[in-house]
Structures are given as structure tokens and as C-alpha cells.
Design a binder for this molecule. Structure first.
Ligand SMILES: Cc1ncc(COP(=O)(O)O)c(C=O)c1O
Length: 382
């Protein structure tokens, strides 16, 4: 009999859509969140050199010291935050990092506050460690930025963690410094701990990025190489851990993960040494795609109601179209040959939306814009 815990885990609808889309021919993929860039050449070369040098055995569970120092230096360079490398634990991706953070922090029955919309997998992580979910609403008219007051209202004596994501999937919202400082202060006064997923850091277009570590040491920060360095399948990430939790997280890592792949950790050092102009170029490409899609949404007669500032997603309000977002996503897949993700994957607050990803080249985006436009012309608004 499958455990109740596993039965409670809901499917990741974007992956279901991908599976169905792959069964059809000539589909344009706007449903997946996978960068269409390659990692820098130096990353490949370093991985191959490291493999040839025989770096294929286990490393320390918390990661190779050289990589942990490079990660700490990254915080100094990017945000002016001095970080002790002892607080860095390397993980095989951001996702295992989130699992370790919640496992170290949340006891069964304790609450984790999430925004709604949120990244589709968050509730399942919370459920898997036995936590309870409480949500705070985000509003398109406010750019899907959370209000500190909503978090304050949601916190009670059973609340343990505030799970945040900036730049955010699926909204593209970027938390400003004032909000992060406010949330850090709220956490301190309520004896809760922010857990901030910064995996899309580096991909912000109009907004300045801040890490919660500028405002507090008492937060878990999750990050990785998947998005900024387009290294999804390399499986490398890290957690910055509050001082009092370092040994607990390390014990969990020793038991549950053993370590991140040895030679990939060397490649991670090379990635962090990438000259900033390369990322600036990639960011400019994403920005152009975003701007083109913003224009297209208006041409389709739909409303975005906000400007996504980061990551590579936008949430399009389809409440004026007949049917729910699942049906509309189906229609676009079947009739237009364009795969998009129904918003319901990201919480009730996104149920009337579709998520479009622009981690796809501009030619495919142009074709998708034409195809979606043609299908929407045949649909009556309600
Ligand atoms: C918000 C968010 N966090 C984490 C991940 C997973 O990152 P990783 O590949 O580092 O596990 C994703 C992937 O799409 C994401 O959107």
C-alpha cells in the first residue's frame, strides 16, 4: 500500500503537459522552465578535466571547500554580503536543498506559509516533511508582490517557516529590498524562519535583486546552477544555512544525499567565475522575449495587469475566455500546437491564468504568438 504521504503528493501538471505535448507533432513548448542556453564553455572543459583527473568519488557531504568558498565569494561580489563558507552546504540541485531545509526546520504539524500563486512543487515538499500549509494571497494589480501584513496575519503559534521565491515562478515578480527587510523583521518577532528560493537570481530585467541575507542571518537561502548558468541536468545547487542549523543540515545531507557529484562541483566553481557580460547578454535576450510576449498578450485582447520583472514566465489572465485554465491549455495544445501550463498548477490564486515560459528562442515564440492569436480569434469571450 502506497504511504499516505506519497498519495498526498499531487502531479506536477507542467510535466504532465510536457509528456502529452511530446506525443503530438509540431508542438511549440511554452510550458517548461528550462533555459535554452548552453552553460559557458569553461564549465564543460572544467567538468571534463575533472573527470579525467579521476574526481569521481564521494566528496564531503557539505561539498568541496573550493566550491563553498566560491559560493561565499559570490554573495560578497553580488550583494556585498560577507558569508562564512561554513554556512554553505552544496546539494545536487536546489530541490534537494529545499527538502533538507524543510526537514531541518519543520516538525510534523507545524505550518509553513506560502504565497498563492507559488511554485507548483512547494506544497508537496511541505507535505512530505509532515508540515501544514497556510497561504497568503498575491494580487496581479500589485505585481504579485507579497504584503508583509498578509504574512503577519497568517502567522500563528504553529508557524515555523515563511517560504518565499524571488524572482518568482510562475509570476516573474521580484521582491524588493524593503519587502525582504520587512519579512525578515516579521520572522524575527514571530520566531519563524524565512526560507527563500533564489534560484532565478541573475534573471531580473527591471528590478534590482536583493538576497534576504542582506537583512538577516536567520534565513535559509536556496540557490543553484540550473537557471542562471543553464545547468539543469548537471544537478548542482546549494543552501545557505542559519548558523544554528548547520550541523543538522550537514547530518541530513550525509544520510540522505551523500554528496553532489564530485566533478560537477568543480564545474560549479568555473560557472561562478563566468565573466558578468555573458549573463548580461542572456538577460537581454530574455528581456526582449518578455517584451514581445507582453505586446502579444495585448494584441490577443487579453490582460496581464502587471509587468513580470524576472525569471522567464508570465501569468496571463484568461478568466474572460470560456472554460477553465485546464480547458484553455488543452485547446491551445490541440488546436494551436502550443503547450502552456494551466495556472491551477500554482495554487488557487492562479486558477484563472495560464503560465507562459519564454525560455524558448524568439522564432518559436513568434510562431506561438501567431498560432495562439489565430485560435483565440475563434473563441468568444464571456
Ligand atoms: C522556483 C523553483 N525552485 C526550484 C526549481 C528546481 O531547481 P533545481 O533544478 O535546482 O532543482 C525550479 C525549477 O523550475 C523552480 O522553478
Amino acid at each position: 500500500m502506497v504511504s499516505q504521504r506519497a498519495q498526498d503528493v499531487t502531479p506536477f501538471i507542467a510535466m504532465d503537459v510536457l509528456e502529452r505535448a511530446n506525443e503530438l507533432e509540431d508542438v511549440i513548448h511554452l510550458e517548461v522552465g528550462e533555459p535554452d542556453f548552453e552553460p559557458p564553455d569553461r564549465v564543460f572543459e572544467t567538468a571534463i578535466e575533472s573527470l579525467r583527473a579521476g574526481n569521481t568519488d564521494y566528496t564531503a557531504a557539505r561539498g568541496k571547500p573550493k566550491l563553498r568558498r566560491a559560493i561565499a565569494a559570490h554573495y560578497d561580489r553580488e550583494y556585498g554580503v560577507e558569508l562564512d563558507p561554513d554556512r554553505v552546504v552544496v546539494t545536487p540541485g536546489t530541490s534537494p536543498g529545499l527538502f533538507l531545509a524543510l526537514a531541518a526546520l519543520v516538525d510534523p504539524g507545524e505550518e509553513v506559509v506560502l504565497t498563492d500563486p507559488h511554485y507548483a512543487c512547494y506544497p508537496n515538499f511541505v507535505r512530505t516533511v509532515g508540515g501544514e500549509i497556510e497561504t497568503v494571497p498575491l494580487r496581479a494589480a500589485e505585481g504579485f508582490e507579497p504584503r508583509t501584513a498578509d504574512f503577519e496575519a497568517a502567522i500563528d503559534e504553529t508557524t515555523r517557516a515563511l517560504l518565499l521565491n524571488s524572482p518568482a515562478n510562475p509570476t516573474g515578480a521580484v521582491l524588493d529590498g524593503e519587502t525582504l527587510a520587512g519579512l525578515a523583521a516579521t520572522a524575527e518577532t514571530t520566531d519563524t524562519v524565512p526560507v527563500v528560493d533564489e534560484v532565478y537570481h541573475g534573471l531580473s530585467y527591471d528590478a534590482e535583486e536583493h538576497t534576504i541575507l542582506e537583512y538577516t542571518d536567520e534565513a535559509f537561502v536556496l540557490n543553484g546552477f540550473s537557471k542562471r548558468f543553464a545547468m539543469t541536468g548537471w544537478r548542482l545547487g546549494w543552501i545557505v544555512v542559519p548558523p544554528g542549523y548547520v550541523e543538522a543540515v550537514n547530518r541530513l545531507a550525509q544520510n540522505v544525499l551523500i554528496c553532489a557529484p564530485n566533478f560537477v562541483q568543480d564545474a560549479g566553481v568555473a560557472a561562478l567565475e563566468t565573466p558578468p557580460d555573458r549573463l548580461a547578454e542572456i538577460r537581454e535576450t530574455y528581456r526582449k522575449r518578455r517584451d514581445r510576449l507582453l505586446e502579444a498578450v495585448t494584441d490577443w485582447g487579453l490582460d496581464l495587469g502587471y509587468t513580470p520583472q524576472g525569471a522567464y514566465y508570465l501569468l496571463v489572465d484568461v478568466s474572460d475566455l470560456p472554460g477553465d485554465s485546464l480547458e484553455i491549455a488543452d485547446l491551445l495544445l490541440e488546436e494551436a500546437g502550443v503547450a502552456v501550463t494551466p495556472g491551477v498548477d500554482f495554487g488557487e490564486g492562479a486558477a484563472d491564468y495560464l503560465r507562459l515560459s519564454y525560455a524558448t528562442d524568439i522564432e518559436a515564440i513568434e510562431e506561438a504568438i501567431d498560432r495562439i492569436g489565430a485560435v483565440l480569434q475563434t473563441v468568444e469571450t464571456v
